[in-house]
Ligand binder design. Structure first.
Ligand code: ASP
Length: 328
């Protein structure tokens, strides 16, 4: 009995120690960041910038990106969920981590069973339209949408994507149902928007800024409660709240996750590296140029980020259920 008690307390002590201890010899090989959306889009952009910024705090380790796109992020997230829990396969996911909990009966992963490594950034969205639309502002665009609802197409990145959530809220606000066209990410959706194959989209500024700055497409409204100060090209855009849609406030976050069971010392090493990357001036500058805000608060800690995501599951779950879209 005594021996058993002793063994238990040694084990508990070792576990406690691991929480504050860096993993020796880690990383000893390249780390893969799984991106559950197509290359070139918002999630891919943050992941590639992060991969670069993680290099230095991880002692020069190679960090590569694996795009496992499809089904509104669930394919890639499920792939990361099943990966070996050794710290060499991580997931960069977004708000879909929270919305898929309501939208899918079985997305292939449990959002609360990942090891949380911390939150990365927050990104506003804007409503954009294809080139050549006659609408000059949001008021003209919203009238055009409602008057042509049978033929207007709304692109998104699949059930569970940020663009899906925003599009859902937009259709509710406009009291209209549009034809939605799902893609594996908003990078391919943007290609079709530029080509005029789809009409409108709600997308993160990380994907729209260069196109809007280049005059290729027009942005009509902002999804956040406050107007955007930067990038300058969005300065005069109204918020959807100003346009009369009370409570319309969507901001997209990204976080970093590891498979369940990743050793605590590896989690600690990765969290420390993430925190260092989030302070890297180059990473901050690149993100800010695209309208993203790098997180600089307690949510960069695993426990706080996990609490935040649980609150997001409840918040967006209620919105999705109210819109009648959920797995029973
Ligand atoms: N922007 C996409 C979304 O709507 C994600 C992506 O393509 O990275 O969720």
């Amino acid at each position: 009995m005594k021996t058993k008690l002793f063994k238990l307390s040694v084990a508990a002590g070792a576990a406690l120690l691991a929480v504050g201890v860096q993993a020796q010899g880690f990383p000893a090989k390249p780390i893969t960041l799984i991106v559950p959306f197509a290359a070139g889009g918002p999630t891919d952009k943050v992941a590639r910038d992060l991969a670069e910024a993680l290099r230095k705090p991880l002692n020069g380790a190679t960090v590569v990106v694996d795009n496992a796109a499809g089904a509104g992020s669930t394919i890639g997230s499920a792939k990361a969920f099943r990966a070996p829990a050794d710290g060499y396969t991580l997931l960069v996911a977004h708000i879909g981590m929270a919305t898929t909990a309501t939208l899918y009966r079985n997305p292939g992963f449990k959002y609360d069973e990942f090891e949380y490594l911390g939150m990365i950034n927050e990104v506003p969205m804007v409503v954009v339209g294809k080139p050549g639309l006659a609408a000059r502002n949001w008021s003209e665009l919203s009238s055009w949408i409602t008057q042509n609802k049978e033929k207007v197409n709304l692109a998104n990145a699949g059930l569970g994507a940020a663009s899906h959530l925003c599009g859902l809220m937009l259709q509710n606000a406009l009291k209209t149902e549009l034809t939605t066209v799902p893609y594996k990410g908003t990078a391919p959706a943007m290609t079709d928007l530029l080509g005029g194959q789809v009409d409108i989209m709600c997308d993160q500024t990380t994907n729209t800024t260069s196109q809007v700055e280049g005059g290729k497409i027009k942005a009509y409204a902002v999804t956040t409660a406050k107007r955007l100060g930067t990038p300058a090209v969005y300065k005069d855009l109204p918020t959807l709240q100003e346009a009369g849609f009370k409570d319309f406030d969507v901001s997209i976050w990204h976080g970093l996750y590891a498979p369940r069971g990743t050793p605590a010392a590896v989690v600690k090493t990765l969290n420390d590296a993430l925190k260092a990357a989030l302070k890297d001036p180059d990473f901050i500058r690149k993100q800010e140029a695209l309208g993203a805000v790098v997180v600089n608060d307690a949510r960069t800690n695993p426990a706080e980020h996990k609490k935040f995501v649980a609150a997001e599951v409840a918040k967006w779950g209620a919105v999705i259920k109210a819109a009648g879209q959920y797995a029973d």
